[in-house]
Design a protein around this ligand. Structure first.
Ligand code: FAD
Ligand code: DHB
Length: 399
């Protein structure tokens, strides 16, 4: 679509990832107009392979918004996960431990496809392929976003009441908060994940998280025909060093437990390596700019929290904006950072904990390795410890 000159909107949203798209839908439900400016094409955002697990309240939210049909048909609903270490497997029954909440596996790009299609069907404005996005005048009552609709087109501007920076970790929005006004906290990890998509039937009815002396491995799924698997690797490694045979050999060694269960192989059609970090930017607001999702925080993927946290931020933001437009009260907007950060730091803690407990740190002593195994052993033999893991994994309550 093309945005006519002189158009203004209530909320200019930078980025059509989960944060930007959920926000546009949530605002629309409250009668608030928005325009999304996205630098990539629709095909690119719908084809990028990322996260896979949805918290229970995100599933409820998608259903409430009328966006859950395909999710309910094609998603995978598991009662728990399996933890594997010391050559033994331990089932953690999340549903039993959390009063019926389930683990839902539905890929991020499927969520994106559902949200984009529904938004466009509703007449929503999403501009794909924009460039040179620049957020301006965020300290004033009339902020603007500057951008080009085509690479060699003129610079244009979108005046608005608020800007939502939903542009991921590398986007420009966070940088628009003056450095003197923001504090950034971060950890980088000395390992990454090599992820593959393979054409194969499921090997196991639920996700397996494995702590093995050769490093972490994770078995997940996408469909009856496609499986998603990860192994811990050096984040600086070149994917060219990993032949399919080498990947399968590592997966077999790290995931199989000696019980006779075997992993089913199949042709690998996508593979890549990602680094890992924990990161939080405070505050998440400056004047009329609100940042949300990966623009404001990053978690390592082990706890499957990244996408879910992005949705939590924009749910809080949409409620605050709805209150502002209907009553004139800024209380919700003023409380945005504190409300979001309370959840974010809990997810940061959980993701860091899952990551350190399940991975082998190349610099780790034998003593530390024994501590991680003791922690896992305690976990699978303590109902209280399993319940704590389960309530964080399926998602802490949103209210
Ligand atoms: P994003 O999804 O990053 O969306 C931001 C959007 O903004 C993008 O579409 C981008 O193109 C756009 N944008 C950026 N800059 C500009 C600009 N200048 N102008 C206009 N648009 C711009 N989480 C898990 O839980 N499990 C996983 O397995 C997992 N795997 C991941 C793999 C990778 C490679 C990455 C990068 C992340 C992964 N995550 C995972 C994290 C999860 O995908 C993110 O937390 C989630 O996508 C955050 O959503 P978001 O909308 O905040 O940001
Ligand atoms: C998937 C990704 C995760 O980070 C995780 O913890 C579980 C599953 C996935 O891509 O399916």
């Amino acid at each position: 679509m093309y945005l006519a000159k002189g158009v203004r909107t209530q909320v200019a949203i930078v980025g059509a990832g989960p944060a930007g798209l959920f926000l546009a839908h949530l605002l629309h439900r409250q009668g608030i107009e928005s325009v999304i400016l996205e630098q990539r094409s629709r095909a690119e955002i719908e084809g990028t392979i990322r996260a896979g697990v949805l918290e229970h309240w995100v599933v409820d939210l998608m259903n409430d918004m009328g966006l859950g049909d395909r999710l309910m048909r094609e998603g995978h609903f598991h009662s728990g996960i399996t933890l594997r270490f010391g050559r033994r497997s331990h089932h953690i029954d999340m549903s039993e431990l959390t009063g019926g909440k389930r683990v839902t596996v539905y890929a991020q790009h499927e969520v994106i496809r559902d949200l984009v299609a529904a938004r466009l069907e509703d007449g929503g404005r999403i501009l794909f392929g924009v460039s040179d996005v620049d957020v301006r005048d965020i300290d004033c009552a009339a902020p603007r976003v500057l951008f080009r609709q085509s690479p060699d087109g003129p610079m244009e501007e979108l005046p608005c009441d608020f800007i939502a920076g939903c542009d991921g970790f590398h986007g420009p929005s966070r940088q628009a908060i003056p450095a003197a006004c923001r504090r950034e906290y971060q950890i980088t990890y000395p390992f990454g994940w090599l992820g593959i998509l393979a054409e194969a039937p499921p090997s196991h009815p639920e996700l397996i998280y494995a702590n093995h002396e050769r490093g972490f491995a994770l078995l997940s799924t996408r469909s009856p025909e496609v499986q998603r698997l990860y192994i811990q690797c050096d984040p600086r490694d070149d994917i060219a060093n990993w032949s399919d045979d080498r990947i399968w050999s590592e997966l077999h060694r790290r995931l199989e437990d000696g019980s006779g269960w075997t992993l089913t192989e199949g042709p690998v059609f996508q593979k890549g390596i990602i680094g890992m970090r924990s990161f939080v930017c405070e505050p998440m607001r400056h004047g009329r700019l609100f940042i949300a999702g990966d623009a404001a925080h990053i978690v390592p993927p082990t706890g499957a929290k990244g996408l879910n946290l992005a949705v939590a931020d924009v749910l809080v933001l949409s409620r605050a904006m709805a209150a502002y437009y209907s009553t004139g009260s800024s209380d919700g907007l003023d409380g945005y950072c504190a409300t979001c950060l309370a959840r974010i730091w809990k997810a940061e803690r959980f993701s860091w904990h899952m990551t350190t407990m399940l991975h082998r740190n190349p610099g780790e002593s034998a003593f530390e390795q024994r501590l991680h195994l003791a922690e896992l052993d305690h976990l699978v033999h303590s109902r209280a410890a399993m319940a704590a893991l389960a309530e964080n994994y399926v998602g802490l309550p949103m209210e």
